[in-house]
Structure formats: structure tokens, C-alpha cells
Unconditional design. Sequence first.
Length: 186
Amino acid sequence: MSLADLRIETERLVLRLPRAGDFERYAELQADEEASRWIGGHQPRAAAWRKFLQQPGAWMIQGFGMFSIIDRDSGLWLGQGGPWKPDGWPGNEIGYMLHRDAWGKGYATEALPATIDWALANLGWGDFIHCIAPENAASKQVARRLGSTLLGPGKLPPPHEDAACEMWGQTRAQWLARRGECQAPC
């Protein structure tokens, strides 16, 4: 299967590689001061386009990146989530961002387990983290629901080196045990 054909389905969602048609909703997310607060802040449309291209580029160069999260029934782009590891990043991250109208509906905790399963099966990761701003209570709650725990303070690479960051995460064995799939060795 080619990357372009990669598709994961959950009860309500389709997870697939980003497409150009996803950009309008992505640009809305980046223009929303509150929705973009924890993901680098508000971006004007031209800057949002350049940032949007990071994920397709990651897929092409690294063979992985965040999936577009799509509502199965409407086809609406809800956000991005999944494996992310730019150069200098403090670990193998499972990250996410959601459009404001997708908040509070359980999409993150539905989509992210599927992306974690995919990453562990395809990337050989022994662990994963979530880089979360200390004030971001909603993302901490998502991390807890995924079974991740606070590992301690983290340090992001430039140009984000001054951003406060907590590392949440777990090992592959912890994830598989939680999912009831751990068979030695995990």
C-alpha cells in the first residue's frame, strides 16, 4: 500500500494523510487565537500555509507525520493527530490539534489510540511522549485518558526553547498492557 492510500477508520473518524483541500479549515484553526494558543499561536494565512506543509513534508521525508482527522459522515476536516518528530525534538511525540468546533466531543481520545497503534506497529517506537504546556489542562486530560503520565519538564529545540513544556508519555509495554495486547516481549 502506498502512503497516499493509508487510511485508518474508527467509529466516527477517518484518519488519512493531509490533502490540499484540508487547508481552509487548517487556516481557520491557525487564525483562531484560542484554538492556536498551545500550538505556536495565531498565524496569518500565508504563515499557516507554510506550517500546513510541514505534515505532508514529514510524511514524504520521514514516512510518518500527523494524520488529518476527518468526520466519517460529513467529510469535515476536524484537525490533525499522530506521530511527530522534527529534528531535535525531545522524543517520539504523538501530538494533536483540533479545530475549535471539534473540541469536547471525544475526537482526540478516539483518533489518537489509532495513531499510537499505527506508530508502534510501523515505526518501531519503544515509547512516546506528548509535549504539553503546563497551563494546557485540556491536553493533560487527553494524555491521562490515553494512559500517559507526567514524566517531568521538557525542553523543546529552537525556536521554541523558551516555551514551558511538560513531557507526558508512556512506554510501548505500558500502552500494549493497557490495550490488553502485551505478550512478552512487549
